[in-house]
Design a protein around this ligand. Structure first.
Ligand SMILES: [Zn+2]
Length: 188
């Protein structure tokens, strides 16, 4: 995971705030966990309509808790491939701040296999955090900052009832970071 480069000057304040806020408030009950369990069950059934319904319920819970307007969700089949010169990346999900719509893909691009629950939920949390950036934090944009990834991880671990790891970062270029996985996995 690599962070986005810092934006132009007038967006810098939002950017550094996004970078700084490394956690989210969480409910002290099991509501996210229970909503995520419905998503897990729906994924096992492999039906897009059921998965969409479960995601919709999850987003209703999270939006209510964070007191933001709800966002819509669409669940699509095989991930689109973005072809670059000599490599391709798969799109797992996206969020449109204008329409407040999250799109999630349930199958891999080439082999059309079902996405694992962990990957799918992590994408759902990631896209919802983009929604929060605009609707809760009022940022001018939603960048992939260190704080953004940490907020998304906080939500994900709450929804899976797993303990979040402290994330260690290494600089790659001025203002850009990537996760130091060996250190993060070691926990120090
Ligand atoms: Zn993103």
């Amino acid at each position: 995971m690599l962070t986005d480069p810092p934006p132009r000057k007038h967006e810098r304040t939002s950017f550094s705030e996004s970078d700084r806020i490394g956690t989210l408030d969480l409910p002290d009950d099991r509501r996210f966990l229970e909503a995520a369990a419905l998503v897990e069950a729906a994924i096992e059934g492999e039906l897009a309509a059921d998965i969409r319904k479960a995601c919709d319920q999850f987003l209703t819970e999270t939006a209510a808790f964070y007191q933001v307007p709800g966002c819509a969700v669409r669940v699509l089949a095989a991930r689109p491939l973005r072809i670059r010169e000599n490599w391709a990346t798969e799109l797992f999900g996206d969020y449109n701040p204008e329409t407040m719509l999250i799109r999630l893909w349930m199958r891999t691009a080439v082999r059309k296999q079902m996405t694992s629950f962990g990957t799918f939920l992590s994408t759902l949390c990631h896209e919802f955090c983009h929604h929060l950036d605009f609707q809760r934090f009022g940022f001018r944009n939603s960048w992939h900052t260190r704080g953004f990834y940490e907020r998304a991880a906080t939500l994900y671990h709450c929804a899976r009832n797993t303990s979040p790891k402290r994330i260690f970062w290494v600089p790659v270029s001025p203002g850009r970071w990537r996760i130091d996985w060996p250190r993060t996995n070691r926990g120090r």
